[in-house]
Design a protein around this ligand. Structure first.
Ligand code: NI
Length: 185
């Protein structure tokens, strides 16, 4: 397996809609999925979409964990041609980062729960339900497949911070909203 180079903010590959994968069983797709999992784990990411490794294809990998403090030893989800459908009308603001936008974190509104569908690496249909952090990660990764970065989903771009400044931002957000300090952190 190989660690892949991650495209960073400003690279046009991150801005274009990705193409469906014709056959997940193709050897190059198997290899890409393996390399993406290795690259995601190496970078300590929770998810990775193929455009982030310069492949404009509808493939994502993600760790199926509902909270950041959960152990990360679960088998990563590998999903080709994913589709999402919100469950219920409930949304929530939570913190996100992106391996393509290193060093920054921002508050992003997302659906709290989604049903996901796609093809697994054998080409078989696969579906499930995701909540909380996992639902957030899936929405973030599918956005990558549509050329959308989380920055464009923010409802208030003042809620963007360098990681080292996060405690200050959290304090400010708390003062502004009187709300909790973000469901995902
Ligand atoms: Ni990202």
């Amino acid at each position: 397996m190989t660690l892949l180079k991650i495209a960073r903010l400003g690279h046009p590959v991150l801005l274009q809609p990705a193409l469906p994968v014709a056959d997940p069983r193709a050897p190059e797709m198997q290899r890409l999925a393996d390399d993406m999992v290795e690259t995601m784990l190496d970078a300590r990411g929770l998810g990775l979409a193929a455009p982030q490794v310069h492949r404009s294809l509808r493939l994502l990998v993600a760790l199926p964990i509902a909270a950041r403090e959960e152990p990360r030893d679960a088998a990563p989800l590998v999903l080709f041609n994913p589709e999402l459908e919100p469950i219920g009308a409930e949304g929530e603001e939570g913190l996100e980062g992106c391996l393509s936008i290193p060093g920054l974190r921002g508050f992003v509104p997302r659906w709290r729960a989604v049903r996901w569908r796609g093809l697994d690496r054998t080409g078989a249909a696969l579906e499930g339900v995701a909540e909380g952090l996992f639902a957030r990660v899936l929405q973030h990764e599918v956005d990558h497949l549509d050329g959308i970065l989380y920055l464009a989903r923010m409802s208030d771009t003042r809620r963007l911070a360098f990681e080292a400044e996060l405690p200050h931002l959290m304090e400010w957000v708390h003062e502004q909203t009187g709300a909790g300090d973000g469901a995902d952190e």
